[in-house]
Design a protein around this ligand. Structure first.
Ligand SMILES: O=P(O)(O)OC[C@@]1(O)O[C@H](CO)[C@@H](O)[C@@H]1O
Ligand SMILES: [Mg+2]
Ligand SMILES: [Mn+2]
Length: 468
C-alpha cells in the first residue's frame, strides 16, 4: 500500500509541524488551559476550604503556574519521579516513552509528538492534585463541565421531550419486531445526535412521531445535516446489530465529553436497549480529569442528579421537569438492572494509540481491553481524540483507506464505529478530491489555513470496521 513506506506507517504529527492545528494547540491553547485550572483552584479555595486545604492549594497554584511557564518556554519533557508514579498512579508507558526510546530523548513542549505530549500534559496536571491530601480527588475541570452542561438546558429539555414522545413507539418496535426501515431512520437519528453531541445540532426529533421522521420534510432536513458527514457507514453498523440474532448482545461506548455529549450518548444507549438492538451497553470513561471535558465515572452520577435538580435546571413548566425526570428514571433503571454499566480502565488515559488494542499488547493493558471489546457486537468510539488514537495521529495521506489507518484493529476481531467530529490535522478515508474541495472552501475565509477544515469541528466522519 502506498501509505506504508516499506511496511512502515508515516510518522506522527509533531508540535513543531509548521502551520498545523497541533502546533496552534501546543503554543496557544495549552497555556490557556493551565491558566484556567489556576483560576478554578482559586475559586474552589475561596468557596470552601480549611487551613490545610488553603495551604495545599497555594502549593498547587504555584506548581500550575510553573508548569505554564515550562510549556511557554518549550522546556524539556521530564520523566515522572518515582513519588509521582506511586502517588498519582502514572501509567508505566509514559516514562517508558521518554526513557527507553532514543528518538524521544530531547523531546520538549515545542518539539515532540502532539499525541504523547497532550496526554502527558493532563498527567502533569493530575499529579499536582494527587500529591495533596485535601485535593487528591478534586476534578479541576468540574466547574467548566457543569457550567457548559447548564448552558445546554434548551437542548437537554428538547431531547427529553423527544425521548418521552418516542419511548412508547420504541417499546412497540421491540415487541412487534421492527421493520428495518423504521429502525434505520431512528438509528441514524440517534447516531447523529450522539455524533454531534451538542445542543444546537438537534435535527428532526421535534415532538416527532415516526411518521414525521419518515416524511419528506424529515428526509430533506436529514439531507442538510448529512451533507457535513463526509464518510457515513451508519447502515453497516445497523446491519451488524441486526444480524446478531442471539438477542443478547453488548454495545460498548468509548466515551468522549461529559455534559451534553454524554447525555446524547445515553439517548443512543436507551434507544439500543429499548429496541433490543443491544441487551447491554458498557460505557468506558476516563480514570483522571482528561482533555478538560472528558467523562469520568462520577460524571454520569452528576449528570443524572443535574437532570433532577430544579436549581441546576430551573423549569418553567411541569412537563419539562417531568420529561427530564422520566429520562433520569429510565437511565437509573438500566443501571440498576445492569443493562447499562460504566467503568474506567487505565488504558484509556495512557499515551498509547489504539493500534495497541491487540492480543499481543500485554504490557500496558491493550490486550486486556482487546479481550473485552472483542466480545462486543459493536464498539462505538466517540470524538476526535479517540479518532486520533485509532489512526495513530499519523501524517497519513487523507485518502488513506480506513482499514489501513487503524492497523491491527482492522483484522483482530473488534467491530467498531468511530463517530468523529473533525477537530485535528489527521484525516483519512476521503474520496479523491474531497480534501482539495474542502481546503479551497476553507482557504477562502482562512487564508493559508485551507487544510484546517479538518480541525474546525464543522465536518464529521462515521467510520465502520468489521474487524475481520
Ligand atoms: O476528543 P474531542 O473532545 O472530540 O476533541 C478533543 C480535541 O479537540 O482536543 C485536543 C486538542 O487540544 C485534541 O485531542 C482534540 O482535537
Ligand atoms: Mg468531542
Ligand atoms: Mn474530548
Amino acid at each position: 500500500m502506498a501509505e506504508l513506506q516499506n511496511g512502515e506507517p508515516p510518522r506522527r504529527f509533531m508540535l513543531d509541524d509548521e502551520n498545523t492545528f497541533g502546533q496552534f494547540t501546543g503554543t496557544e491553547r495549552w497555556p490557556i488551559i493551565v491558566q484556567n485550572a489556576v483560576d478554578d483552584v482559586e475559586a474552589a479555595v475561596a468557596s470552601a476550604a480549611g487551613p490545610l486545604a488553603r495551604e495545599q492549594a497555594g502549593v498547587i497554584h504555584r506548581q500550575l503556574l510553573s508548569l505554564k511557564q515550562e510549556i511557554m518556554a518549550k522546556g524539556p519533557l521530564r520523566p515522572f519521579s518515582q513519588e509521582e508514579v506511586q502517588k498519582a498512579d502514572i501509567p508505566g508507558s509514559l516514562n517508558e516513552y521518554l526513557e527507553r526510546d532514543p528518538k524521544h530523548a530531547g523531546f520538549s513542549w515545542g518539539h515532540s509528538e502532539w499525541l504523547y505530549t497532550e496526554i502527558y500534559l493532563y498527567w502533569r496536571i493530575h499529579v499536582l492534585f494527587a500529591l495533596q491530601s485535601e485535593w487528591s480527588h478534586f476534578d479541576v475541570f468540574n466547574k467548566l463541565k457543569q457550567s457548559t452542561f447548564k448552558a445546554s438546558q434548551h437542548g437537554v429539555v428538547e431531547l427529553a421531550h423527544r425521548y418521552a414522545n418516542l419511548k412508547p413507539q420504541l417499546m412497540q418496535l421491540a415487541a412487534q419486531g421492527a421493520d428495518r426501515s423504521t429502525l434505520q431512520v431512528l438509528f441514524k437519528e440517534f447516531v447523529e445526535i450522539s455524533l454531534w453531541g451538542n445542543a444546537t445540532d438537534l435535527s428532526l426529533l421535534t415532538n416527532a412521531t415516526l411518521e414525521d421522521i419518515k416524511s419528506i420534510q424529515g428526509a430533506k432536513a436529514r439531507q442538510a445535516s448529512e451533507a457535513k458527514i463526509l464518510v457515513n457507514d451508519t447502515d453497516r453498523a445497523l446491519d451488524q446489530l441486526l444480524q446478531e440474532s442471539s438477542g443478547d448482545q453488548q454495545v460498548d461506548f468509548v466515551l468522549d465529553n461529559s455534559g451534553f455529549e454524554l447525555y446524547a450518548d445515553l439517548m443512543l444507549a436507551a434507544f439500543l436497549l429499548h429496541t433490543g438492538l443491544a441487551s447491554k451497553c458498557v460505557f468506558h470513561a476516563k480514570a483522571i480529569p482528561y482533555m478538560v471535558s472528558d467523562v469520568m465515572v462520577k460524571d454520569l452520577d452528576v449528570l443524572i442528579a443535574d437532570l433532577r435538580d430544579r436549581q441546576f435546571f430551573p423549569c418553567d413548566s411541569q412537563e419539562d421537569a417531568a420529561a427530564m425526570d422520566l429520562f433520569a428514571a429510565d437511565i437509573d433503571a438500566f443501571r440498576n438492572s445492569n443493562a447499562l454499566t460504566i467503568e474506567s480502565h487505565p488504558f484509556w488515559t495512557t499515551d498509547l494509540d489504539y493500534w495497541h488494542i491487540d492480543p499481543v499488547q500485554g504490557q500496558h493493558g491493550g490486550a486486556e481491553v482487546h479481550s473485552t471489546l472483542a466480545q462486543s457486537a459493536l464498539v462505538i468510539f466517540k470524538g476526535d481524540l479517540n479518532y486520533r488514537k485509532l489512526t495513530g495521529d499519523r501524517t497519513w495521506p487523507r485518502t488513506t483507506p480506513w482499514g489501513v489507518a487503524i492497523g491491527p484493529l482492522a483484522h483482530n476481531g473488534v467491530t467498531l464505529l468511530s463517530l468523529r467530529t473533525c477537530k485535528a490535522d489527521v484525516q483519512v478515508g476521503l474520496e479523491p478530491g474531497v480534501d482539495e474541495r474542502l481546503s479551497q472552501l476553507w482557504e477562502r475565509d482562512h487564508p493559508g489555513k485551507g487544510s484546517w477544515w479538518s480541525s474546525s469541528g464543522k465536518w464529521a466522519v462515521i467510520c465502520y470496521s468489521s474487524g475481520e
